[in-house]
Design a protein around this ligand. Structure first.
Ligand code: GDP
Ligand code: CA
Length: 324
């Protein structure tokens, strides 16, 4: 079987690690190939280095190197380089860059500087983490740089800032007026992205941020059409539990685009291609969708087993829908 998923960082990565666990321990499913299309709208250049936060979170989580407590960055990390940068007064200081993590960004930047595409760079980096051995293929949504910027307004006036500055530095506390995916007009899907959607047996949307993770990937020309046209059932998992994001500020992102923070309204963003929608049990009663099948169940990924159960439920729903 071939499963394709669209994913942001922590929410996507934990779900997909659960999915891989579920597949590996289910007889007949262990040879399933999983293709992950990662959001690159969070990417940023810092200190001359190209940083791809969501791709790295996916790679470290699926490859066994993630900092479990944080959900992003490397396990057993230290911050000596960052201390040196601060001693020189180098800015910005609000973005955490660990020493081990910096190794990834240095290598990535070197290869990109040599003209290697981000897809190829991602494949080379993933090799070290053994993703292919786990039947996981990690693709950036696009090889062209796309950066999510946020139009904000406060006492300093109206301006656009990088998504990371809004999210990490300001903790999404300055009201966002809108998001602009800079570079999207010139972007094309990375090699393999559209085929992975068209040729999948199942397409899954993990509980990633619907606006700045999944929403950005859906903006890559051709991706949305591929989802509408694929023969595979498309099943999503709600990132909201009782109308609140489990972590992060998805509610602030939804309010910026004028969408209510409810499981129904998030599904509405995927209305034209969504076949199944997994929501938290307490939300299930209020969700009525014109064309997607809704199922309620516990959706908190408290640990790897809980994530595996949720992913298994999403896959089962997709397989039921496929047989129709
Ligand atoms: P990011 O790029 O690191 O922000 O990660 P994603 O975009 O992949 O995922 C962020 C979303 O994951 C947030 O909106 C959270 O509400 C959601 N999320 C995180 N943990 C859980 C969980 O245990 N269950 C569910 N249903 N959603 C979760
Ligand atoms: Ca992200």
């Amino acid at each position: 079987m071939r499963i394709t998923a669209l994913a942001g960082g922590v929410g996507g990565a934990r779900f997909l690690r659960g999915l891989r666990t579920h597949l590996d321990r289910t007889p007949g499913l262990d040879d399933t190939e999983l293709t992950v299309i990662g959001n690159t709208g969070d990417d940023i250049s810092l200190f001359g280095l190209r940083v791809c936060p969501d791709l790295d979170t996916l790679m470290y989580t699926l490859g066994g190197g993630i900092h479990e407590g944080q959900g992003w960055g490397r396990a057993d990390e230290s911050h000596r380089v960052q201390g040196e940068l601060a001693a020189y007064g180098a800015v910005p200081q609000w973005f955490g860059l660990g020493d081990l993590d910096l190794g990834t960004h240095v290598v990535r930047s070197q290869w990109l500087g040599q003209g290697v595409t981000l897809s190829e760079v991602t494949e080379r980096l993933s090799r070290r983490w053994g993703l292919a051995d786990h039947r996981v293929r990690l693709l950036p949504m696009s090889d062209s740089p796309v950066e999510t910027h946020v139009v904000v307004e406060d006492e300093e006036g109206q301006r656009a800032i990088h998504f990371q500055e809004w999210w990490v530095r300001h903790q999404a506390a300055i009201p966002a007026q809108r998001f602009v995916a800079v570079g999207m007009d010139r972007a094309t899907p990375a090699p393999g992205v559209l085929d992975a959607i068209r040729q999948a047996d199942v397409v899954l949307l993990p509980p990633s941020n619907p606006v700045v993770s999944i929403g950005i990937i859906l903006g890559v020309p051709g991706v949305r059409d591929a989802l509408r046209g694929t023969a595979a059932p498309v099943v999503g998992v709600s990132p909201l539990i009782g109308g609140l994001p489990v972590r992060g500020h998805a509610d602030a992102c939804l309010s910026a685009i004028g969408v209510e923070a409810t499981a129904s309204a998030v599904a509405g963003l995927y209305e034209d291609f969504l076949d199944g929608w997994l929501v938290s049990e307490e939300d299930a009663e209020g969700v009525r969708l014109p064309r997607a099948t809704v199922q309620g169940r516990p959706l908190l990924m408290t640990d790897r087993d809980a994530a595996a159960d949720i992913a298994g439920a999403a896959l089962d729903l997709a397989l039921q829908l496929a047989r129709r």
